[in-house]
Write a protein that binds this ligand. Structure first.
Ligand code: NAP
Length: 501
């Protein structure tokens, strides 16, 4: 059984930022029928807040507000939009501790990771504030002397953003910052488990001077909100981060209105350790990449592939290191691994371990639900894993590390590419030629070479194959929110005509 927190451990200090309403057209409001749903703390199962259970009507109202706000917002100069984003970033950093506590309470990740996520969240605002002023057109050489070809970059219009629970804060600004920088307006729907961070961030956006209707955040029934966003002809881009399954459904729902799609979907990241790798560095990176956020990130390693020569040493060192990780509630000091988001997450981790063991894998450390109860799962290392096991084929999204072996570079690359996902991969080698060969051969959008960490606001984040479409972050990220308009100007006098007339 999970232990309830003491009466003194409430979110009282965070109250100025806690919202029990949604932001539509600059107003905080409830659902039309007054319905709400509960938000719980995954570490204890306690209800910590209630937020509106909105549906189609409220989504349509938010889209209308975004549509109405679009002309004035897109007409502002890039510098003016950048100033609002910069103020928003400053407010996020000013309230970093409050936001981190809200995030940990609704989501479960250790406070240190939550603080890191708030800094990452603010970094998108800072980065895209600067990027707003770098959206440039082009002049292309024309085919006749009397014409000119000019390319304009213009905001795509109203965008719908749907975000997951694993990064409740960062996924909001990874979409909203480039959208607003480009001159778009947005309707954002955060995940059911983690709406509080999104609403708190929206309140700080309001305080930073985002005009009514430019940023709307609604919570509630995902299928009806999603359908309203997909079916509205006014929404010109749907930017979604979440599972491949839901991404596929939303893509189909967007087809009738021929909407642009940005899809950041699930992964199945391989982590390749070659015989010339530094084993200690590889183990440290493996721990970071697998156990950060309890294994619940899309770029978490899902398949460790280690060369035969290093396999015994790597697995022993890795299991020893993982055995020292501390499991507990995210706001306890020194905790490395928090709870899983819900009972389904726990069941999936347990199923993957059971399936692997039934097919001959060995549990080196962990292997089941943690004694803390609830949705806590033991950090686990499995060896003797084979590619057919579920733990290798499906995204586990939990603290279970499956380690398989390989003999040749070709085999390692083939195993790594044997997936319909293609988000991230990690490569450990000190051989520069191998690093290039393997990186070029991997079917993924992102490669970490001798590092277990990938996510930075300055780099294009995204995947290939069934891991998605488009990129977020970096100067490429703002392109998703822009349309090109080509202007063919004719009837000009040819060069030199002015001099002779
Ligand atoms: P999810 O179940 O797909 O949910 C993501 C979002 O979609 C939530 O807001 C959810 O709302 C909403 N949703 C669910 N069904 C919907 C529907 N029928 N119509 C419209 N919206 C719908 O994914 P998750 O479990 O939250 O997140 C984990 C997944 O996200 C993993 O696969 C992970 O790899 C992926 N992810 C990818 C990236 C990336 O950048 N590639 C980053 C983070 C996570 P409710 O919560 O209200 O149901």
């Amino acid at each position: 059984m999970k232990t309830p927190r003491s009466d003194t451990d409430t979110l009282e200090d965070e109250e100025p930022l806690l919202q029990d309403a949604c932001l539509v057209d600059g107003e905080w409001r409830g659902a039309d029928d007054g319905r709400t749903f509960a938000v719980t703390d995954p570490a204890t199962g306690e209800v910590i807040a209630s937020v509106p259970l909105m549906s189609t009507g409220e989504t349509e109202a938010a889209i209308r507000a975004a549509e109405a706000a679009l002309p004035a917002w897109s007409a502002r100069t890039a510098k003016e939009r950048a100033a609002v984003l910069s103020r928003w970033a400053a407010l996020l950093l000013e309230h970093r501790e409050r936001l981190a506590r809200i995030l940990t309470r609704e989501q479960g990740k250790p406070l240190a990771e939550a603080r890191g996520e708030i800094a990452y969240t603010a970094s998108f605002l800072t980065f895209f504030a600067a990027e707003a002023e770098r959206v440039r057109g082009e002049v292309i050489p024309a085919s006749t002397r009397e014409s000119r070809i000019v390319v304009l970059r213009q905001p795509i219009g109203v965008v719908g953003c749907v975000t997951p629970w694993n990064f409740p804060a960062a996924m909001i600004t990874r979409k909203a910052a480039p959208a607003l920088a480009a001159g778009c307006t947005a309707v954002v729907k955060p995940a059911e488990q983690t709406p509080l961070s999104a609403l708190a961030i929206a309140e700080l956006g309001r305080q930073a001077g985002i005009p009514p209707g430019v940023l709307n955040v609604i919570t509630g029934d995902a299928p009806s909100i999603g359908r309203a966003l997909c079916e509205s002809p006014a929404v010109r881009l749907l930017s979604f981060t979440g599972s491949t399954e839901v991404g596929r459904l939303l893509a189909a729902q967007c087809a009738p209105t021929v909407k642009k799609l940005s899809l950041e979907l699930g992964g199945n990241a391989p982590f390749l350790v070659f015989p010339d790798a530094d084993p200690e560095a590889a183990v440290e990176a493996a721990v970071l990449s697998k156990f950060r956020h309890s294994g619940q990130t899309c770029v978490c390693t899902n398949r460790f592939l280690v060369h035969d020569d290093l396999y015994p040493e790597f697995t022993e060192r890795f299991a020893e290191r993982v055995g020292r990780l501390t499991v507990g509630s995210g706001d306890e000091p020194g905790v490395d691994v928090g709870p899983l988001i819900d009972a389904d997450g726990l069941a999936k981790a347990a199923d993957h371990v059971a399936d692997a063991v039934a097919q001959g894998a060995e549990v080196m450390v962990g292997g089941g639900p943690h004694r803390a109860g609830g949705t806590f799962f033991e950090p686990t290392v499995l060896r003797g894993v084979t590619p057919a096991m579920r733990v290798m084929r499906e995204e586990t999204f939990g603290p279970v590390a499956a380690v398989a072996s390989f003999h040749t570079e070709r085999e390692a690359v083939d195993l790594a590419n044997d997936s319909r996902s293609g988000l991230a991969a990690y490569v450990f080698t000190r051989d520069l030629a191998r690093a290039w060969r393997v990186t070029e051969a991997l079917e993924v959008g992102m490669v970490g070479l001798n590092t277990g960490f990938l996510s930075v606001e300055t780099a294009p984040f995204g995947g290939v194959k069934e891991s998605g479409l488009g990129r977020e972050g970096s100067h490429h990220g703002i392109e998703e929110f822009l349309e090109l308009k080509f202007w063919h100007i004719g009837g000009l006098s040819s060069p030199g005509a002015a001099a002779t007339s």
